[in-house]
Design a protein around this ligand. Structure first.
Ligand SMILES: *Cc1c(COP(=O)(O)O)cnc(C)c1O
Length: 344
């Protein structure tokens, strides 16, 4: 078997949810959009429900159907994109709760599903999703008359605790929601870590559950093992890989492992990243190909059957930094080619 192996530790996932939950006195939801950040929404949602999560969020209604299958009736499943044209049956059939983002969505929802639960998403400054404060003034009474189950907004800079935008959005959110007798939510992972002012009635962490920054105390959730397909000796002065970007400075042994940028191990991942041979770090050398990566294993005594690229020491955020991106993008890019192992 030559496909790379992605191992997902569902106990670590559940522990991360519990650890975040323990940091607040309010309810903790679980954001499982994008197939639970690429890790598999059915097993992830089941494990999170097992840990105690009673509210889930997805980006679009189609994703909500899979969460409902996983967790069964009962838990609330919120949809950030709200009620789009064509969503009505999905929302109704799977009991999904749209977070309505505009006057148009409010109208659509009240017409199509007058007795169906909904939430409201307000824009507190990010200018991405949600009803603008000026429009909220006009829509507020109609919306509140229909009894939303949640009012939420989203922070643009919560991963930077000292960013002035956090305070500004907090102030805006309070201004447009204070006094309303509806549960409120502002914080994702970053906001939860900013402290109790940001917690309101519900926090909505995503990336921290999956072991990513800004939740630095997270337990690592995934390991990735790349089978060694071939090992060769190269003489000093020989080059390795596309573009001849790496030249051996000594007689070297090169292991070619099975995985590449088509598996989310981005071509932009530059120097400083190792693949581990039974815990011993070995530098990746040459370009990342679509399906293959070359690794300098000259100093390894016994070359194992596979090299580990993601582990508790080298994390998705390390890979992200090396590629000039964020852990979220590494996680959601891992793709479908891995053999996936879910361990409890
Ligand atoms: C993705 C998302 C979250 C979760 O964010 P993390 O940074 O992954 O914790 C919460 N709320 C909204 C609106 C989102 O889009």
């Amino acid at each position: 078997m030559s496909s790379a192996r992605l191992t997902i530790d569902l106990t670590a996932l559940a522990d991360n949810w519990r650890a975040l939950d323990a940091k607040t006195g309010v309810e903790t939801a679980a954001v499982v959009k994008a197939d639970a950040y690429g890790l598999g929404v059915e097993p992830a949602a089941k494990a999170l429900a097992g840990a105690g999560a009673r509210t889930f969020f997805v980006a679009v209604a189609e994703e909500g159907a899979a969460v409902r299958r996983a967790v069964g009736p009962g838990p609330m499943i919120g949809v950030f994109s709200g009620h789009m044209q064509g969503d009505t049956e999905l929302l109704r059939d799977h009991d999904l709760v749209p977070m309505l983002n505009s006057g148009e969505q409010l109208l659509r929802h009240f017409e199509a599903l007058p007795d169906h639960r909904f939430g409201i998403q307000l824009d507190s400054g990010m200018n991405r999703l949600g009803i603008e404060p000026v429009d909220w003034i006009a829509l507020r009474d109609i919306a509140l008359g229909k009894k939303p189950v949640l009012i939420m907004s989203h922070l643009a800079c919560a991963d930077e605790p000292d960013h002035r935008m956090n305070q500004r959005q907090l102030r805006n959110f309070k201004e447009i929601t204070d006094g309303i007798q509806v549960p409120r939510s502002l914080a994702a992972t970053g906001g939860l870590l900013l402290g109790p002012e940001y917690h309101f009635d519900l926090c909505r962490p995503g990336v921290g559950l999956y072991g990513g920054l800004p939740f630095a105390e997270a337990r690592p959730v995934i390991t990735v093992d790349l089978p060694v397909i071939q090992v060769r000796d190269v003489a000093a002065g020989e080059t390795v890989g596309y573009g001849n970007t790496w030249t051996a400075r000594r007689a070297s042994r090169i292991a070619t492992v099975s995985a590449g940028y088509a598996d989310g191990l981005q071509r932009a991942i530059g120097g400083g990243i190792d693949a581990f041979a039974n815990g011993q770090p070995c530098p990746m050398v040459g370009r990342v190909s679509m399906d293959l990566i070359t690794v300098d294993v000259t100093d390894v005594q016994d070359i194992p059957d596979s090299l580990r690229i993601l582990n508790g020491h080298q994390t998705v955020d390390d890979l992200a930094e090396a590629a000039g991106t964020i852990g979220y993008e590494i996680l959601t890019s891992l793709g479908s080619r891995y053999t996936r192992d879910y361990v409890a």
